[in-house]
Design a protein around this ligand. Structure first.
Ligand SMILES: [Zn+2]
Ligand SMILES: [Zn+2]
Length: 279
C-alpha cells in the first residue's frame, strides 16, 4: 500500500566507500540522495525478487546513472539477481526506454545504458554470489519462502565490521534463520498476521498475509537464532503513529525475542562496527 512518507522496498548497506543497495522500490533514487548516495556512487544493486514494489525504482537508477555518466564515468550499474526471469525483466525494461536511449545516444550519450549483470542460480543453502573488487565485502544469497513467487532470495552482506542479513519478502523460514546465524543485524520484512488474523479472515488480505513474515513467528525465530538486533521493514500494515509502531515490537516480544528491535522508518540508520561515526 503506498504510504506518502515511506518509499518502496529498499535497504542500503555501506562499508567505507562501498554502497550496496538491496531492492529498488518506489522513490529509491530520492531516498538514496537524502542518504548522500548518488546513482554513480552505488557499488552494486541486489534484487530479492521481481514483485513490482521491489523493482519500480530500478529504471530510475539505471537510466539516471547512464545519463550522468559523462560527468562521473562510473560505467554500467552492477546488478546481482537470480538468473532467469530477472534477465528478461532487465532486457524488457531497457527495451521500454528504446526511444529515449536512441535519441540521447544520437545527441550526447556515448552508447546506451550498461548493466553489469551477475546472474546466479537460486541456492538452497547460503552461497556467495558477489564480492567487491577489493575483497572486503562479500554477499551470500539463499532461497526464501515467498511462494508462489519463484526465485525469491534473501542476502547476507559481510564486511570486516560485521554482517547484515536482508530477508527480502518471505514467510518466517529456516533459510533466513540459517543465513542469520552470527549476523549483527537482521533486516526483515514484517506483517502483523497473528494480530490481524480475525480482521482479514476470508479476504484477499488473508491470502497476501500468507506469504509474508508473521511478526510473532519472527520474534521466535530471531530469539532462536540469537541475532542481537532486528530491524523491521516492508511493514504490513504501515504504522502511522508511535503506538502502531510499538505494536510491531510487542509482537516480536510475544514471540519471545528479547534483543533490540528497530521498527524501520525511511532513512533510519543503524551503525555498528569498530569505529562507528559520531552522531
Ligand atoms: Zn514480494
Ligand atoms: Zn514486497
Amino acid at each position: 500500500m503506498p504510504s506518502p512518507e515511506r518509499a518502496g522496498a529498499g535497504v542500503l548497506i555501506t562499508y567505507d566507500d562501498i554502497h550496496v543497495q538491496v531492492d529498488a522500490g518506489r522513490s529509491t533514487l530520492m531516498r538514496l540522495g537524502q542518504a548522500g548516495v548518488a546513482p554513480h556512487a552505488l557499488t552494486v544493486v541486489l534484487l530479492t525478487h521481481l514483485h513490482s514494489d521491489h523493482v519500480t525504482g530500478l529504471a530510475d537508477l539505471v537510466l539516471t546513472r547512464w545519463v550522468q555518466d559523462h560527468l562521473y564515468h562510473t560505467g554500467g550499474l552492477p546488478l546481482v539477481a537470480p538468473a532467469g526471469r530477472a534477465e528478461t525483466f532487465l532486457q524488457r525494461l531497457l527495451d521500454t526506454y528504446e526511444y529515449d536511449i536512441e535519441v540521447r545516444a544520437q545527441h550526447v550519450q556515448e552508447g546506451g545504458p550498461q548493466v553489469e549483470a551477475h546472474w546466479f542460480d537460486v541456492p538452497d543453502k547460503p552461497a556467495v554470489v558477489w564480492r567487491s573488487a577489493c575483497g572486503r565485502v562479500e554477499i551470500e544469497a539463499v532461497r526464501v519462502r515467498h511462494e508462489p513467487v519463484e526465485e525469491a532470495v534473501g542476502y547476507r552482506i559481510t564486511t570486516p565490521d560485521g554482517s547484515v542479513v536482508v530477508s527480502g519478502d518471505t514467510r518466517v523460514c529456516d533459510e533466513v534463520a540459517e543465513l542469520s546465524a552470527g549476523a549483527d543485524v537482521l533486516v526483515h520484512e514484517a506483517c502483523r498476521s497473528t494480530a490481524l488474523a480475525e480482521a482479514v479472515r476470508g479476504t484477499r488480505f488473508e491470502t497476501i498475509f500468507s506469504y509474508h513474515a508473521d511478526t510473532v513467528a519472527l520474534g521466535a525465530m530471531a530469539q532462536r537464532v540469537g541475532v542481537p538486533h532486528v530491524v523491521l521493514t516492508h511493514l504490513i500494515p504501515a504504522p502511522h503513529t508511535p503506538g502502531e509502531e510499538q505494536e510491531f515490537t510487542a509482537d516480536l516480544r510475544r514471540g519471545g525475542y528479547d534483543g533490540q528491535v528497530t521498527v524501520g522508518q525511511d532513512l533510519a540508520t543503524i551503525e555498528f562496527g569498530q569505529e562507528p561515526a559520531s552522531a
